[in-house]
Design a protein around this ligand. Structure first.
Ligand SMILES: [Zn+2]
Length: 239
């Protein structure tokens, strides 16, 4: 049994109680449930604290192991709870909330630049996506900034819909590389819809998002860089 991912149903959960199911051979902590997002799809893993009767450990990051279970990686030298211990997990919420704003912003960027996506990443100041954009079609920085800020100020709701793997397979056009793909094979996939019915953006994504685009706040396109023949890296930052 892998950990139940509570953030999939509510990205605004800041803490939860859980039971330690295992400590792996690298000292990573496995739980029956978690609010911590594990590094995937350009979104960094969560940080925070894990406390139990008689101890507390800082969690430096969160990753997936080879079985796709969530591993809470303690800071170096931190004490470890015993297997079976009841623990309380608490997110570094300031860090996660900024990440949620940046991740949702990346959906808006993806929706505003109609070219193939080849990569992406989120950082403290915002995030970036790499697109394949032919010469002559590179967006104007100021225009793209205005488009993104319009989508932010229109405050479009973010909602979710689960579909079956078969429905997903029949709708491959929905998949853009930036998306944090929920694993296929569990029978269902989560679609993220921005705007009514997904009119702004609609794609499968297992990441964490804010409740509406207005929460992102004002942004600006900082840079459009050439990273190859047609590869363009667009970096957007919070203002
Ligand atoms: Zn997403």
């Amino acid at each position: 049994m892998t950990a139940a991912l509570l953030f999939r149903d509510d990205a605004y959960l800041k803490d939860c109680e859980a039971t330690v199911t295992a400590i792996n051979d690298k000292g990573g902590i496995l739980l029956d449930r978690t609010v911590f997002y594990a590094t995937a799809g350009g979104q960094p893993g969560d940080k925070g604290t894990l406390a139990w009767d008689g101890g507390e450990a800082m969690i430096a990051t969160t990753v997936y192991d080879e079985t796709k279970d969530v591993v809470h990686v303690p800071a170096e030298g931190a004490p470890l709870p015993g297997v079976g211990a009841k623990v309380k997990l608490a997110l570094d919420w300031a860090n996660r909330f900024r990440t949620m704003r940046a991740h949702t912003l990346m959906h808006l960027l993806c929706a505003s630049v109609p070219f193939p996506v080849t990569g992406g990443a989120i950082g403290d100041e915002g995030g970036r996506i790499d697109f394949d954009i032919p010469d002559g079609q590179i967006p104007d920085k100021a225009e793209l900034t205005a488009t993104l800020n319009r989508l932010v100020s229109e405050d479009h709701p973010v909602s979710y819909r689960w579909i079956t793997d078969d429905e997903m397979a029949a709708n491959q056009h929905l998949i853009r590389t930036m998306s944090v793909k929920p694993p296929m094979g569990t029978g269902r996939v989560r679609l993220v819809m921005i705007g009514e019915g997904g009119k702004v953006d609609l794609q499968p994504c297992g990441g964490t998002h804010v409740s509406s685009t207005g929460v992102i706040g004002p942004v600006a396109v900082a840079k459009i860089e050439n990273k190859g023949k047609i590869n363009r890296r667009i970096r957007v930052v919070f203002q």
